[in-house]
Design a protein around this ligand. Structure first.
Ligand SMILES: O=c1ccn([C@@H]2O[C@H](COP(=O)(O)OP(=O)(O)O[C@H]3O[C@H](CO)[C@@H](O)[C@H](O)[C@H]3O)[C@@H](O)[C@H]2O)c(=O)[nH]1
Length: 491
């Protein structure tokens, strides 16, 4: 094939592991890189690409490689091990073919940003002499735990009351660490992926990016940055929900399921402020717990899980609850009627709730979720963990208690104040420049407006607040509520 001239923009391939929770942050990060002038191509598997719903607003270029299960993806594979092995072999070959094709068509690649769950693209990057950057999709705390296990510095099979002391982290119990560690042996393929493989060649990567922001995990980020070329990438949330600086950045843009119609937003619009629990997990006790809490609830239940709901539940609960199979989550979390988020504590959901200031009821299931839950409740103080009983089941009474406590109880007020703090910190983390030059004021506990010092943004709303504040207050990052009261968040 004849080689074409290349254009002058650096070209970066971004390779997420093919699942929604990995595509979302890496696609969002791709948009940031593109906005900064890089040429981006997002690469996913044939199967994943053919089943995704792509927003017409997504301007990122897509290419595909093969995991050899082009019809059914991981569900077609006999075992998770078989899938991961095949993805490594066939993925490597098809990635090489893709790099050659792009080079011949005048789009040579300068850098590969690859998901740490699949470490093999680094070998391909080295073979082609291009920059290899690993993207850690989970929290820095969780990465630190896995890294210590991989290095043999944290033992498996610890007694339940053992105190785990790791640099940069608060003391942890064995039940706080990811299930692949505390229930070692139950998920061998995933253990290999997140412990052995994820860190197998990390020392050879040119850069290590972590899907977190400094303020959220300061100590552990500082510690890991001492021996790794580590950078945090700030919250990967579309601009519409944080700094509102980019009008075209309103959604992630690539989703596995077809979003439900607007019936869900219509339902939310008719509910009072902060009265609804938004739920993204599914199980019988949860359904009874929600009913028992007597709160409004909006519940995402996947079609394949709907059969697990108690018979007649949807009809019986229809006065208080609304059940949908998929909905762009950010849109729901940003709605003023939503007062708390009952979540399985996936890292993206956790970051989204933190960034949008929505208190959480943590109901962790497996993998990294128990660690995220521990941080949500005890470190960021942004929610409550619904505790499991001696059989490991989170009972309906406990779920109802947590939902009520957050929506109506005294601790709910304290948690909401912390939620507000995290929303502001996430917004400021998106753009370093904002922090020193802006003042934030709060129209309600969920709606924060950013002004520059001249008050030009939101001018009509701003003048009274700016008048009420002296120059000293402006120079700190004060937060002022609707009555002009300082909330002392940054002072
Ligand atoms: O109805 C829905 C449900 C989810 N989402 C989005 O889908 C993503 C889900 O990601 P996450 O919260 O991380 O959950 P999982 O998809 O379950 O993520 C898996 O991958 C994550 C990253 O490795 C881990 O942190 C989780 O534990 C693991 O379950 C988020 O961006 C949500 O906004 C929607 O838009 N609509």
């Amino acid at each position: 094939m004849e080689k074409k001239e290349r254009d002058d923009k650096a070209h970066c391939l971004v390779l997420p592991y093919p699942s929604q929770g990995h595509i979302n942050p890496m696609l969002q990060f791709s948009k940031v890189l593109q906005h900064k002038g890089l040429k981006i191509t997002l690469v996913t598997t044939h199967r994943f690409h053919s089943t995704m719903h792509r927003s017409p607003f997504t301007s990122i270029a897509f290419e595909t490689i093969s995991d050899s299960y082009d019809e059914g993806g991981i569900l077609q594979a006999e075992t998770t091990e078989a899938y991961l092995d095949s993805f490594q072999k066939v993925g490597t070959n098809t990635l090489i073919e893709l790099l050659e094709k792009l080079s011949c068509s005048g789009n040579p690649v300068d850098c590969i940003v690859y998901d740490a769950f699949m470490p093999w693209p680094l070998d391909v990057a080295k073979k082609f002499g291009i920059v290899g950057t690993v993207f850690l999709t989970q929290s820095c705390a969780v990465d630190n735990i896995y890294y210590h296990v991989q290095q043999g510095l944290l033992k498996l099979h610890l007694p339940p009351d053992f105190e785990i002391l790791l640099p940069g982290l608060p003391p942890l119990q064995p039940s706080d660490v990811p299930s692949f560690i505390h229930a070692f042996g139950s998920y061998p393929a995933f253990f290999k992926m997140v412990v052995d493989d994820q860190f197998s060649n990390v020392d050879k990567a040119d850069w290590i990016l972590c899907n977190t922001f400094d303020e959220l995990e300061e100590e552990v980020v500082d510690w890991m940055a001492k021996f790794w070329p580590l950078r945090t990438i700030r919250p990967t949330i579309p601009s519409k929900y944080l700094d509102k600086r980019r009008e075209d950045d309103t959604e992630y843009g690539f989703s596995l399921f077809n979003p439900n119609t607007d019936a869900c937003m219509k339902w939310l619009n008719a509910k009072p402020k902060e009265s609804v629990a938004y739920v993204s997990e599914q199980m019988e006790e949860l359904s009874r717990g929600l009913k028992r809490s007597k709160s409004y609830f909006l519940w995402v239940v996947r079609e394949k899980e709907a059969a697990k709901l108690p018979k007649g539940f949807v009809e019986e609960a229809s006065e208080k609850g609304f059940v949908v199979s998929w909905r762009p989550q950010l849109e729901v979390l940003a709605h003023e009627a939503v007062g708390c988020f009952v979540t399985h504590c996936g890292w993206n959901s956790t970051l989204e709730a933190l960034s949008l200031g929505v208190p959480m009821v943590a109901v962790p299931q497996w993998t990294n979720q128990s660690t995220n839950a521990r941080f949500i409740m005890d470190v960021w103080k942004m929610g409550l963990t619904a505790s499991a009983d001696e059989n490991g089941i989170v009972r309906q009474e406990e779920i109802a208690r947590c939902v009520r406590e957050i929506l109506e109880g005294d601790r709910g007020t304290e948690i909401q104040m912390n939620a507000l703090k995290w929303k502001i910190l996430a917004t400021t983390a998106v753009d370093e420049g904002v922090m020193s030059s802006s003042v934030y004021f709060v129209m309600s506990s969920r709606s924060i407006h950013t002004l520059d010092r001249s008050g030009t943004e939101q001018a009509a709303l701003s003048s009274s607040f700016l008048n009420a504040s002296d120059e000293d207050e402006l120079s700190k990052n004060v937060c002022i509520d609707q009555e002009g009261q300082k909330l002392n968040i940054f002072c």
